[in-house]
Unconditional design. Structure first.
Length: 256
């Protein structure tokens, strides 16, 4: 039987084996999504809607406002939260580069790669084909140099492998677009072109990760732990607890 593994699961394993265990073995998900994620998600979803031509740039403010309102459903102070976060979202969207309106984009479309008895699947944010080039784009509200981002997050290196095999006659390049919610727009970095050597290295890394995934649940403690949704469980375990109390209070188990 062919097993399907998402690129996101490979990333979870690469970042931390314990994170992978909580997310894909125990199937834990937070009951309450952190509020501070709302603005970044709203920017992301609104840009996607513009690229898909579901909404015009002129009408995007209203789209973002409605998205935030839905995001905060169930909280006591919905309108207060919308008023707080909407200006930053509008500020970010106003900085969107012209390239999002150029050409036909594939938005959150499924791509896959056959690896024998395993199929790797993923959904890149945006990519388009033009002039024998695959443009792979990531939209974020935090600034990073593309190479730094590719080093600590292999997601787009893996997408580069998959897209290079889907479009063997094209060069694949990656563009990191930062749309900050505060301050001025960040400089748009030049696209990072994936060389054949880089694609081959990422391909080998994917295979190695598939072979070792799930072998243990050892933690990988780094500064990035403060951003992990399972941070409180690990903090509890460090103090000698089993972490089960935090799981019961703040997490639910997804239905497989």
């Amino acid at each position: 039987m062919i097993k399907e593994i998402r690129v996101s699961e490979l990333l979870s394993w690469k970042h931390c084996h314990r994170q992978h265990h909580f997310q894909y073995v125990e199937q834990l998900e937070q009951l309450d999504r952190p509020i501070n994620f709302a603005s970044g998600t709203a920017v992301h979803k609104t840009i996607e809607a513009i690229v898909r031509k579901e909404v015009t740039l002129a009408a995007s403010n209203g789209y973002a406002e409605n998205y935030l309102r839905e995001e905060f459903v169930g909280r006591d102070n919905v309108e207060v939260l919308v008023k707080k976060y909407l200006p930053g979202v509008i500020n970010a969207i106003s900085k969107a580069p012209n390239l999002i309106n150029e050409g036909e984009w594939h938005v959150e479309e499924r791509i896959e790669r056959d690896c024998g008895d395993v199929v790797i699947t993923g959904h890149p944010d945006m990519y388009r084909i033009h002039d024998n080039t695959v443009d792979l784009v990531e939209i974020k509200t935090t600034d990073n140099h593309p190479l730094d981002y590719l080093l600590f997050n292999p997601q787009h290196r893996y997408y580069g492998v998959m897209l290079s095999e889907m479009y063997p006659d094209c060069v694949v390049q990656f563009t990191y677009v930062c749309l900050p919610t505060q301050g001025k727009a960040s400089q748009l970095h030049s696209p990072w072109v994936f060389t054949t050597a880089q694609i081959d290295a990422a391909r080998r890394e994917m295979v190695e990760t598939i072979e070792e995934i799930g072998r243990d649940s050892k933690p990988n403690y780094t500064k990035g732990c403060s951003y992990c949704e399972y941070n409180e469980i690990c903090m509890s375990m460090i103090t000698g607890s089993s972490g089960e109390g935090v799981k019961m209070e703040k997490f639910a188990r997804r239905v497989k």
